[in-house]
Ligand binder design. Structure first.
Ligand SMILES: Cc1cc2nc3c(=O)[nH]c(=O)nc-3n(C[C@H](O)[C@H](O)[C@H](O)COP(=O)(O)OP(=O)(O)OC[C@H]3O[C@@H](n4cnc5c(N)ncnc54)[C@H](O)[C@@H]3O)c2cc1C
Length: 298
């Protein structure tokens, strides 16, 4: 392993300064769950590592005045899994609590997963699916990037050298009525073979006013299945619809002519099944939440 210096700044400003001072060879380390493997396999050869472990500002979460949920990039899955998030935000905590194993959840962070940009990582798909905004900061200042634009369709992210992801912002409760994440993995600690998310917003008449259907782990970046989402909009999903829309998503994300190998054909089957399940569950949750809201308000 190539020698590197290790730095443990106490604040974000210091971390940004260190990255600038050490130049393009410097790299952030958060929980190390991806980066340490890359170092061992010599896929990463940093000259300096800047740890986020002591940067307290990047841990935890808060709700803004508008009800958005802002999560610090260095917040661990274990902390998120215990969060008492309400409504559809609860799916973020549920996903964090159901991935990998306890050691990975204890060390791994939401920001590390997004910056590693492995399409099989659950938070990558979830962030795109839920239209999260990502705040990043570097020596040249800060910027906010929509999750769908953060991931390069060819793989990786649009982060520039020296930039740090600081915050992952999810919209307020009004953004969606029901959200469901589904994935298939062989073993409990395996990454997803396919993941799918459906996020529905119901109108006052109970019909779907807006939908997002997202498929992960199939291509280098998550894919928004817009034709599938369109099919849901304006209606009320039935059991028949969920199967049909799942097939629309499969055709959109991995058409039959591209699914020529056995693993690809299997992924195509899984897209249909998981999208269908995600729609049914999101719809059920949307109606449960609406019912609760009505009861609580009446
Ligand atoms: C055994 C095992 C099983 C796993 N199973 C799953 C699974 O089922 N589902 C799943 O989703 N994931 C799974 N993972 C992956 C896991 O989610 C990631 O390894 C972890 O989230 C990465 O976060 P980290 O904090 O450890 O990042 P690190 O490893 O510290 O960093 C990863 C990359 O991101 C960069 N980086 C980190 N934080 C920032 C930041 N704030 N700003 C800029 N750059 C940054 C680093 O420079 C590095 O390039 C598994 C991992 C392991 C080892």
């Amino acid at each position: 392993m190539k020698p590197f210096s290790f730095h443990s700044p106490r604040g974000l400003g210091e971390a940004v300064d260190l990255l600038e001072r050490h130049g393009p060879g410097a790299q952030v380390i958060a929980g190390g769950q991806t980066l340490l493997l890359a170092l061992k396999e010599r896929l990463a050869r940093p000259s300096a590592l800047v740890s986020l472990a002591e940067v307290a500002d990047l841990r935890g979460w808060r709700h803004t005045d508008s009800g958005a949920l802002e999560i610090g990039a260095a917040t661990t899955y274990a902390a998120l899994a215990e969060a008492d998030f309400r409504g559809w935000h609860a799916e973020i905590a549920a996903v964090a609590g159901d991935l990998a194993d306890r050691p990975v959840r204890t060390m791994g962070t939401i920001g590390g997963a997004l910056c590693a940009a492995d399409p099989r990582f659950d938070m990558v798909t979830l962030a795109v699916a839920l239209d999260a905004e990502l705040d990043v900061v570097g020596a040249g200042g800060g910027r906010t990037i929509a999750a769908a634009a953060f991931f390069d369709p060819a793989g990786g992210t649009v982060l520039r050298a020296g930039e740090i992801l600081t915050t992952v912002r999810f919209g307020p409760q009004t953004a969606f009525s029901g959200v469901a994440f589904q994935k298939f993995r062989y073993r409990v600690f395996d990454a997803a073979l396919v993941s799918a998310v459906c996020a529905l917003r119901l109108g006052a008449d109970g019909a779907v006013a807006g939908a997002r259907v997202t498929v992960g782990a199939v291509h280098p970046a998550p894919v928004l299945a817009s034709a599938a989402a369109e099919r849901l909009t304006g209606g009320t999903p039935t059991a028949v619809d969920t199967v049909e829309v799942g097939l629309v998503a499969a055709d959109e994300v991995l058409p039959a002519e591209q699914a020529t190998t056995v693993p690809r054909r299997y992924q195509r089957e899984l897209i249909g099944v998981l999208v269908g399940r995600a729609i049914a569950l999101a719809d059920e949750r949307a109606h449960t939440t609406t019912a609760h809201t009505t009861t609580a308000g009446s």
